[in-house]
Design a protein around this ligand. Structure first.
Ligand code: NZQ
Ligand code: ZN
Length: 388
């Protein structure tokens, strides 16, 4: 049974090959001072920077640049961004990049006018925002996180070896997001497939919880089928617009709160993956793929009916003459084969994890209670060992 909920996603999306021009509709809604936030330089190489700059200038904006947002943005970079935003009293943060840039922009938006240390307030204490929020807009160049239409803002603190996501409310969601699938063509294959798995895992984290017959799970199955199909095309033909646009759209719906409505969710793969990220700074999607099979095989017996449904409805396993456990196992085997086929990292050693890190990674993995099994530290360590 679906629980009670209210649903409103305030982010306005502009999707398609011509979507960048809609910046001309959005920019006049904000003051003249724009903080242009971007990553390590990909947007300068592929020309997106020039296109965005031309539109900003044409709209009479004064641009304060905030470059150098690294993958897995750090707390030190957050402090730097807050200073730029506050000193220049910017009216809008325009994030041009992937999830890291969009997440960071949201973190700056709530932290620039925060009177205390934002790491303590938002990440250690998970406090609500009670200060001025600078509006954020996104031009997405990397697909996976769903950050373009949600309140997530993940920040890494290397000194304390913690990577933590604060999921802010709808007042922090981007006001608008431009989604042009062509902008993702220049992504390295490694990043593209990491993003594809991030999408899959966002859906499965929300799907593998509860056993009710609800619409959210049917939507999730449809999104997964589309993703599996489009990913196979995109890895062979990265400039296939149909595949790349389907992947981009699936990513947004995978984590814009829709498929979690009215049901419980898990998120343990992300908790373990984020802790691996804090230790290794590895690419987010790969930290998830590398532990997923060990995790799902571990919890499968506790959520057997759902794993059986997953095998049949998502992976087309024929149930005839098989036990539920056999059907579920075949589904996970097909999932693993697909993961290997598209080129995901399937073990944590490859990400730089060494045996002496396992204890710390387990301790840094926040334990959630929405999945089929509330894990103990020992179980996390055994999942990590099985992922080596
Ligand atoms: O920095 P540049 O030079 O732009 O290069 C980036 C970066 O190296 C590159 N890239 C992006 N667009 C490109 C491109 N290269 C060529 N052409 C393009 N069009 O790709 C690399 C990775 O970018 P990044 O933004 O780090 O990737 P992603 O989108 O996967 O974001 C990862 C971050 O988002 C967080 C992750 O934890 C991680 O910190 N997440 C945010 C979530 C949310 N907001 O809800 C949920 C996710 O589960 C995730 O935790
Ligand atoms: Zn993710």
């Amino acid at each position: 049974m679906l629980g009670n909920f209210s649903y409103c996603n305030p982010t306005k999306l502009y999707f398609g090959e011509d979507s960048l021009k809609f910046l001309n509709e959005e920019l006049p809604k904000y003051g003249a001072k724009i903080m242009l936030t971007y990553g390590g330089g990909s947007i300068k190489q592929n020309g997106i920077y020039d296109e965005v700059m031309a539109i900003l200038k044409a709209n009479g904006k004064t641009v304060f640049e905030d470059p150098g947002v690294m993958p897995n943005p750090t707390v030190e970079k957050l402090y730097e961004g807050c200073q730029i935003a506050r000193q220049n009293e910017v009216d809008l943060i325009l994030a041009v990049g992937g999830g890291s840039v969009c997440d960071y922009a949201k973190a700056v938006s709530v932290s620039a006018y925060c009177e205390e240390d934002p790491w303590d307030k938002y990440y250690l204490r998970m406090a609500d925002v009670d200060n001025k929020i600078i509006p954020v807009g996104c031009v997405l160049t990397m697909v996976g996180t769903g950050s373009e239409m949600n309140g997530g803002a993940v920040i890494t603190n290397h000194a304390s070896k913690l990577k933590i996501g604060h999921v802010f409310g709808s007042n922090v969601f981007p006001k608008f997001a431009v989604l042009n699938p062509v902008f993702t063509y220049t992504l390295p294959q490694y990043q593209m497939v990491a993003g594809i798995y991030d999408i899959m895992n966002h859906i499965t984290e929300q799907y593998f919880s509860g056993e009710d017959d609800n619409t959210s799970d049917y939507i999730s199955e449809g999104l997964l089928r589309s993703l599996i199909h489009s990913a196979r095309i995109a890895v062979k033909d990265p400039k296939n617009y149909e595949a790349r646009s389907n992947i981009m759209w699936t990513a947004t719906w995978a984590l814009n709160t829709l498929v979690a409505m009215g049901k419980t969710t898990d998120w343990m793969v992300h908790m373990i993956g984020q802790s691996i990220g804090a230790y290794t700074d590895a690419t987010h999607g790969m930290t998830l793929s590398a532990v997923s099979m060990a995790y799902y095989r571990h919890i499968c017996p506790y959520g057997l009916p759902k794993f059986k449904r997953f095998a049949i409805n998502v992976w087309n396993v024929d149930p005839a003459g098989k036990t539920d456990a056999q059907i579920a196992a075949e589904g996970l085997e097909r999932m693993e084969n697909w993961m290997r086929e598209i080129g995901l990292v399937m073990n944590i050693k490859e990400l730089g994890v060494t045996d002496d890190m396992l204890e710390g990674i387990a301790q840094g993995s926040f334990i959630m209670d929405g999945g089929y099994k509330v894990l103990t530290q020992e179980e996390i360590i055994s999942i990590l060992k099985a992922s080596m």
